[in-house]
Write a protein that binds this ligand. Sequence first.
Ligand code: FES
Length: 355
Amino acid sequence: MTDGLRKGLASYGDAGFSLFLRKAFIKAMGYSDGALDRPIVGITNTYSDYNPCHGNVPQILEAVKRGVMLSGAMPFVFPTISIAESFSHPTSMYVRNLMAMDTEEMIRAQPMDAVVVIGGCDKTLPAQIMAAVSADLPTVVIPVGPMVVGHHKGEVLGACTDCRRLWAKYRAGEIDEAEIEAVNGRLAPSVGTCMVMGTASTMACSTEALGLSLPMSATIPAPHAERFRSAEASGRVAAAMAKAKGPKPSALLTASSFRNAQVVLQAIGGSTNGLIHLTAIAHRTRHRIDLDAFDKLGREVPVLVDLKPSGDHYMEHFHHAGGVPKLMKQLGDLIDLDAKTITGATLREVVGSAE
Ligand code: FES
Protein backbone atom coordinates (compact mmCIF):
# COMPACT_ATOMS: atom_id res chain seq x y z
CA MET A 1 0.00 0.00 0.00
CA THR A 2 1.19 3.53 -0.78
CA ASP A 3 -1.39 5.58 1.10
CA GLY A 4 -1.14 7.69 4.23
CA LEU A 5 1.93 7.08 6.34
CA ARG A 6 3.13 4.39 3.88
CA LYS A 7 3.67 6.93 1.11
CA GLY A 8 7.19 7.86 0.02
CA LEU A 9 9.11 5.80 2.54
CA ALA A 10 12.68 6.85 3.22
CA SER A 11 14.90 3.88 2.35
CA TYR A 12 16.30 1.99 5.33
CA GLY A 13 16.54 -1.41 3.64
CA ASP A 14 13.26 -3.28 3.29
CA ALA A 15 9.94 -1.40 3.14
CA GLY A 16 8.62 -3.10 6.26
CA PHE A 17 11.55 -1.84 8.34
CA SER A 18 11.32 1.65 6.80
CA LEU A 19 7.66 1.88 7.87
CA PHE A 20 8.47 0.38 11.31
CA LEU A 21 11.12 3.05 11.83
CA ARG A 22 8.90 5.89 10.57
CA LYS A 23 6.09 4.85 12.93
CA ALA A 24 8.46 4.43 15.86
CA PHE A 25 9.63 8.02 15.48
CA ILE A 26 6.27 9.70 14.76
CA LYS A 27 4.76 7.91 17.78
CA ALA A 28 7.05 10.07 19.89
CA MET A 29 4.45 12.79 19.20
CA GLY A 30 1.84 10.71 21.00
CA TYR A 31 -0.18 9.56 17.99
CA SER A 32 -2.12 6.27 18.19
CA ASP A 33 -2.05 3.55 15.53
CA GLY A 34 -5.67 4.44 14.75
CA ALA A 35 -4.72 8.05 14.01
CA LEU A 36 -1.76 7.01 11.90
CA ASP A 37 -3.86 4.62 9.80
CA ARG A 38 -6.07 7.44 8.49
CA PRO A 39 -5.63 9.18 5.12
CA ILE A 40 -3.32 12.15 5.67
CA VAL A 41 -4.00 15.79 4.81
CA GLY A 42 -0.86 17.94 4.93
CA ILE A 43 -1.44 21.60 5.78
CA THR A 44 1.13 24.34 5.17
CA ASN A 45 1.77 26.72 8.05
CA THR A 46 2.81 30.09 6.62
CA TYR A 47 2.46 32.00 9.89
CA SER A 48 5.36 34.33 10.61
CA ASP A 49 5.87 37.18 13.07
CA TYR A 50 7.11 39.10 10.00
CA ASN A 51 3.89 38.53 8.07
CA PRO A 52 0.83 40.47 9.34
CA CYS A 53 -1.05 39.53 6.16
CA HIS A 54 -1.00 35.94 7.49
CA GLY A 55 -1.82 36.91 11.09
CA ASN A 56 -4.98 34.76 11.15
CA VAL A 57 -3.18 31.59 9.98
CA PRO A 58 -3.11 29.97 13.47
CA GLN A 59 -6.93 30.23 13.69
CA ILE A 60 -7.33 29.03 10.09
CA LEU A 61 -5.09 26.04 10.87
CA GLU A 62 -7.28 25.03 13.82
CA ALA A 63 -10.41 25.27 11.65
CA VAL A 64 -8.87 23.22 8.82
CA LYS A 65 -7.70 20.53 11.25
CA ARG A 66 -11.21 20.38 12.73
CA GLY A 67 -12.71 19.91 9.25
CA VAL A 68 -10.18 17.20 8.35
CA MET A 69 -10.76 15.25 11.59
CA LEU A 70 -14.57 15.60 11.42
CA SER A 71 -14.29 13.89 8.04
CA GLY A 72 -12.21 10.99 9.28
CA ALA A 73 -8.76 11.94 8.00
CA MET A 74 -5.60 12.94 9.87
CA PRO A 75 -4.16 16.47 9.58
CA PHE A 76 -0.40 17.09 9.64
CA VAL A 77 0.67 20.74 9.76
CA PHE A 78 4.12 21.56 8.40
CA PRO A 79 5.99 24.86 8.00
CA THR A 80 7.13 26.49 4.79
CA ILE A 81 8.67 29.87 4.26
CA SER A 82 6.33 32.85 4.38
CA ILE A 83 6.64 36.06 2.34
CA ALA A 84 5.34 39.49 3.35
CA GLU A 85 5.84 42.24 0.79
CA SER A 86 7.33 44.88 3.07
CA PHE A 87 9.71 42.41 4.74
CA SER A 88 11.33 40.97 1.61
CA HIS A 89 14.56 42.83 0.94
CA PRO A 90 15.40 43.73 -1.78
CA THR A 91 12.21 42.50 -3.46
CA SER A 92 9.77 39.65 -3.00
CA MET A 93 9.62 38.31 -6.54
CA TYR A 94 12.64 36.03 -6.48
CA VAL A 95 11.59 34.69 -3.07
CA ARG A 96 8.35 33.54 -4.74
CA ASN A 97 10.33 30.94 -6.64
CA LEU A 98 12.14 29.84 -3.47
CA MET A 99 8.77 29.42 -1.76
CA ALA A 100 7.47 27.42 -4.74
CA MET A 101 10.49 25.09 -4.51
CA ASP A 102 10.27 24.79 -0.71
CA THR A 103 6.54 24.02 -0.79
CA GLU A 104 6.79 21.56 -3.69
CA GLU A 105 9.68 19.63 -2.17
CA MET A 106 8.06 19.38 1.27
CA ILE A 107 4.81 18.15 -0.32
CA ARG A 108 6.85 15.49 -2.11
CA ALA A 109 9.13 14.63 0.82
CA GLN A 110 6.44 13.99 3.44
CA PRO A 111 3.62 11.44 3.27
CA MET A 112 0.24 13.03 2.52
CA ASP A 113 -2.77 12.10 0.38
CA ALA A 114 -3.97 15.69 -0.09
CA VAL A 115 -2.61 19.09 0.83
CA VAL A 116 -4.13 22.37 2.00
CA VAL A 117 -2.04 25.43 1.20
CA ILE A 118 -2.80 28.59 3.18
CA GLY A 119 -1.48 31.84 1.73
CA GLY A 120 -2.44 35.31 0.65
CA CYS A 121 0.27 37.97 0.65
CA ASP A 122 1.08 38.75 -2.98
CA LYS A 123 3.68 36.12 -3.90
CA THR A 124 2.43 33.32 -1.66
CA LEU A 125 -0.64 31.97 -3.51
CA PRO A 126 1.23 31.92 -6.85
CA ALA A 127 4.17 30.12 -5.21
CA GLN A 128 1.89 27.59 -3.52
CA ILE A 129 -0.14 26.89 -6.66
CA MET A 130 3.06 26.49 -8.72
CA ALA A 131 4.21 23.96 -6.11
CA ALA A 132 0.91 22.12 -5.96
CA VAL A 133 0.68 21.88 -9.73
CA SER A 134 4.15 20.36 -10.00
CA ALA A 135 3.58 17.93 -7.10
CA ASP A 136 0.10 17.19 -8.59
CA LEU A 137 -1.41 16.05 -5.32
CA PRO A 138 -5.11 16.83 -4.59
CA THR A 139 -4.90 20.42 -3.32
CA VAL A 140 -7.20 22.88 -1.60
CA VAL A 141 -6.09 26.52 -1.59
CA ILE A 142 -7.19 28.77 1.28
CA PRO A 143 -6.56 32.50 0.88
CA VAL A 144 -6.17 34.16 4.29
CA GLY A 145 -8.62 36.90 3.23
CA PRO A 146 -8.48 40.68 3.00
CA MET A 147 -8.18 43.15 5.89
CA VAL A 148 -11.24 45.15 6.88
CA VAL A 149 -11.17 48.83 5.93
CA GLY A 150 -9.78 51.65 8.05
CA HIS A 151 -11.41 55.00 8.81
CA HIS A 152 -9.93 58.48 9.21
CA LYS A 153 -11.84 61.75 9.55
CA GLY A 154 -14.93 60.34 7.85
CA GLU A 155 -12.92 58.80 5.03
CA VAL A 156 -12.58 55.06 4.31
CA LEU A 157 -8.93 54.00 4.05
CA GLY A 158 -7.30 51.00 2.39
CA ALA A 159 -3.79 49.61 2.36
CA CYS A 160 -2.03 50.44 0.36
CA THR A 161 -3.60 52.70 -2.24
CA ASP A 162 -4.23 55.34 0.41
CA CYS A 163 -0.73 54.90 1.92
CA ARG A 164 0.83 56.58 -1.12
CA ARG A 165 -1.92 59.18 -1.53
CA LEU A 166 -1.74 60.36 2.07
CA TRP A 167 2.07 60.24 2.17
CA ALA A 168 2.05 62.52 -0.91
CA LYS A 169 -0.24 64.91 0.98
CA TYR A 170 2.19 64.86 3.92
CA ARG A 171 5.13 65.60 1.60
CA ALA A 172 3.14 68.47 0.09
CA GLY A 173 2.54 69.95 3.55
CA GLU A 174 -1.23 69.36 3.42
CA ILE A 175 -1.06 66.95 6.40
CA ASP A 176 1.08 67.57 9.48
CA GLU A 177 3.30 65.19 11.45
CA ALA A 178 0.62 64.34 14.02
CA GLU A 179 -1.98 63.50 11.38
CA ILE A 180 0.30 61.28 9.29
CA GLU A 181 1.16 59.37 12.49
CA ALA A 182 -2.56 58.89 13.18
CA VAL A 183 -3.08 57.69 9.59
CA ASN A 184 -0.17 55.25 10.02
CA GLY A 185 -2.17 53.44 12.73
CA ARG A 186 -5.37 53.34 10.67
CA LEU A 187 -4.27 52.14 7.24
CA ALA A 188 -4.09 48.45 8.21
CA PRO A 189 -6.66 47.96 10.99
CA SER A 190 -6.67 44.15 11.01
CA VAL A 191 -4.68 41.13 9.95
CA GLY A 192 -5.21 39.95 6.38
CA THR A 193 -4.10 40.95 2.90
CA CYS A 194 -4.36 44.43 1.38
CA MET A 195 -8.08 45.16 0.97
CA VAL A 196 -7.72 46.87 -2.40
CA MET A 197 -7.64 44.99 -5.73
CA GLY A 198 -3.88 44.58 -5.50
CA THR A 199 -1.97 41.42 -6.34
CA ALA A 200 -3.12 39.51 -3.25
CA SER A 201 -6.83 40.05 -3.98
CA THR A 202 -6.26 39.49 -7.70
CA MET A 203 -4.62 36.11 -7.09
CA ALA A 204 -7.27 35.06 -4.56
CA CYS A 205 -10.03 35.85 -7.11
CA SER A 206 -8.09 34.09 -9.90
CA THR A 207 -7.65 31.02 -7.68
CA GLU A 208 -11.40 30.85 -7.10
CA ALA A 209 -11.96 31.16 -10.87
CA LEU A 210 -9.47 28.31 -11.44
CA GLY A 211 -11.64 26.14 -9.20
CA LEU A 212 -8.85 25.53 -6.67
CA SER A 213 -10.57 27.11 -3.64
CA LEU A 214 -14.09 27.17 -2.19
CA PRO A 215 -16.67 29.69 -3.45
CA MET A 216 -16.35 33.10 -1.72
CA SER A 217 -12.95 32.19 -0.26
CA ALA A 218 -11.26 35.09 -2.08
CA THR A 219 -13.32 37.82 -0.49
CA ILE A 220 -14.35 36.83 3.07
CA PRO A 221 -12.57 39.36 5.32
CA ALA A 222 -9.66 37.87 7.27
CA PRO A 223 -11.08 38.42 10.80
CA HIS A 224 -14.67 37.33 10.03
CA ALA A 225 -16.14 34.16 11.57
CA GLU A 226 -17.14 33.10 8.06
CA ARG A 227 -13.44 32.90 7.16
CA PHE A 228 -12.93 30.15 9.73
CA ARG A 229 -16.10 28.28 8.77
CA SER A 230 -14.83 28.34 5.19
CA ALA A 231 -11.50 26.96 6.45
CA GLU A 232 -13.30 24.14 8.28
CA ALA A 233 -15.25 23.36 5.09
CA SER A 234 -11.96 23.40 3.15
CA GLY A 235 -10.58 20.81 5.59
CA ARG A 236 -13.61 18.60 4.94
CA VAL A 237 -13.12 18.93 1.18
CA ALA A 238 -9.42 18.09 1.52
CA ALA A 239 -10.25 14.95 3.53
CA ALA A 240 -12.71 13.85 0.84
CA MET A 241 -10.08 14.50 -1.85
CA ALA A 242 -7.51 12.48 0.13
CA LYS A 243 -9.89 9.51 0.23
CA ALA A 244 -10.95 9.84 -3.43
CA LYS A 245 -7.36 10.58 -4.55
CA GLY A 246 -8.62 13.50 -6.58
CA PRO A 247 -9.34 15.71 -8.29
CA LYS A 248 -5.70 16.65 -8.85
CA PRO A 249 -4.56 20.05 -10.15
CA SER A 250 -3.76 18.39 -13.49
CA ALA A 251 -7.46 17.52 -13.85
CA LEU A 252 -8.73 20.96 -12.82
CA LEU A 253 -6.30 23.22 -14.64
CA THR A 254 -7.50 23.09 -18.23
CA ALA A 255 -7.38 25.56 -21.11
CA SER A 256 -10.90 26.62 -20.05
CA SER A 257 -9.99 27.20 -16.43
CA PHE A 258 -6.98 29.33 -17.39
CA ARG A 259 -9.21 31.31 -19.73
CA ASN A 260 -11.78 31.75 -16.94
CA ALA A 261 -9.05 33.09 -14.64
CA GLN A 262 -8.00 35.61 -17.31
CA VAL A 263 -11.61 36.73 -17.83
CA VAL A 264 -12.01 37.25 -14.09
CA LEU A 265 -8.66 39.07 -13.95
CA GLN A 266 -9.96 41.53 -16.56
CA ALA A 267 -13.41 41.90 -14.96
CA ILE A 268 -12.00 42.74 -11.54
CA GLY A 269 -9.53 45.29 -12.97
CA GLY A 270 -6.85 43.05 -11.45
CA SER A 271 -3.18 43.64 -10.81
CA THR A 272 -0.81 43.43 -13.79
CA ASN A 273 1.22 41.02 -11.64
CA GLY A 274 -1.69 38.58 -11.98
CA LEU A 275 -0.68 37.90 -15.57
CA ILE A 276 2.94 37.25 -14.56
CA HIS A 277 1.84 34.75 -11.90
CA LEU A 278 -0.72 33.01 -14.13
CA THR A 279 2.00 32.62 -16.75
CA ALA A 280 4.30 30.98 -14.18
CA ILE A 281 1.50 28.67 -13.00
CA ALA A 282 0.60 27.70 -16.58
CA HIS A 283 4.25 26.87 -17.27
CA ARG A 284 3.96 24.14 -14.61
CA THR A 285 1.23 22.56 -16.82
CA ARG A 286 1.00 21.82 -20.54
CA HIS A 287 -0.99 25.02 -21.04
CA ARG A 288 0.35 28.49 -21.87
CA ILE A 289 -0.94 32.03 -21.46
CA ASP A 290 -1.22 33.62 -24.91
CA LEU A 291 -0.58 37.36 -24.53
CA ASP A 292 -2.39 38.25 -27.78
CA ALA A 293 -5.43 36.27 -26.69
CA PHE A 294 -5.26 38.00 -23.29
CA ASP A 295 -5.13 41.39 -24.99
CA LYS A 296 -8.17 40.45 -27.10
CA LEU A 297 -10.05 39.33 -23.97
CA GLY A 298 -9.34 42.71 -22.43
CA ARG A 299 -11.29 44.34 -25.25
CA GLU A 300 -14.29 42.01 -24.78
CA VAL A 301 -14.57 41.67 -21.00
CA PRO A 302 -16.20 44.54 -19.11
CA VAL A 303 -14.65 45.76 -15.86
CA LEU A 304 -17.48 45.05 -13.40
CA VAL A 305 -15.78 45.54 -10.05
CA ASP A 306 -15.27 49.09 -8.80
CA LEU A 307 -12.41 48.66 -6.32
CA LYS A 308 -9.34 50.73 -5.53
CA PRO A 309 -6.78 51.41 -6.89
CA SER A 310 -8.69 51.94 -10.15
CA GLY A 311 -12.13 52.47 -8.55
CA ASP A 312 -13.72 53.46 -5.27
CA HIS A 313 -14.42 50.47 -3.02
CA TYR A 314 -12.71 47.63 -1.08
CA MET A 315 -12.70 43.83 -0.88
CA GLU A 316 -15.27 43.60 1.93
CA HIS A 317 -17.71 45.53 -0.27
CA PHE A 318 -17.06 43.10 -3.15
CA HIS A 319 -17.71 40.27 -0.70
CA HIS A 320 -21.04 41.70 0.45
CA ALA A 321 -21.99 42.20 -3.22
CA GLY A 322 -21.66 38.45 -3.87
CA GLY A 323 -17.92 37.99 -4.51
CA VAL A 324 -16.46 35.93 -7.36
CA PRO A 325 -19.52 33.61 -7.85
CA LYS A 326 -21.79 36.62 -8.47
CA LEU A 327 -19.16 38.21 -10.72
CA MET A 328 -18.89 35.04 -12.83
CA LYS A 329 -22.68 34.89 -13.05
CA GLN A 330 -22.74 38.46 -14.38
CA LEU A 331 -20.05 37.57 -16.93
CA GLY A 332 -22.40 35.01 -18.50
CA ASP A 333 -21.06 33.40 -21.66
CA LEU A 334 -17.59 34.84 -21.15
CA ILE A 335 -17.03 32.12 -18.50
CA ASP A 336 -16.92 28.41 -19.32
CA LEU A 337 -19.32 27.17 -16.66
CA ASP A 338 -18.55 23.50 -17.33
CA ALA A 339 -15.13 23.94 -15.68
CA LYS A 340 -14.77 21.75 -12.57
CA THR A 341 -13.80 22.77 -9.03
CA ILE A 342 -12.19 21.00 -6.06
CA THR A 343 -15.56 19.85 -4.69
CA GLY A 344 -16.45 18.11 -7.95
CA ALA A 345 -19.07 20.79 -8.65
CA THR A 346 -18.91 22.78 -11.88
CA LEU A 347 -18.75 26.58 -11.98
CA ARG A 348 -22.36 26.36 -13.24
CA GLU A 349 -23.37 25.01 -9.82
CA VAL A 350 -21.20 27.64 -8.12
CA VAL A 351 -22.81 30.56 -9.95
CA GLY A 352 -26.22 28.90 -9.51
CA SER A 353 -26.03 29.55 -5.77
CA ALA A 354 -24.50 33.03 -6.08
CA GLU A 355 -26.25 35.66 -3.96
FE1 FES B 1 0.64 41.46 2.09
FE2 FES B 1 -0.38 43.60 0.64
S1 FES B 1 1.45 43.48 1.86
S2 FES B 1 -1.09 41.56 0.81
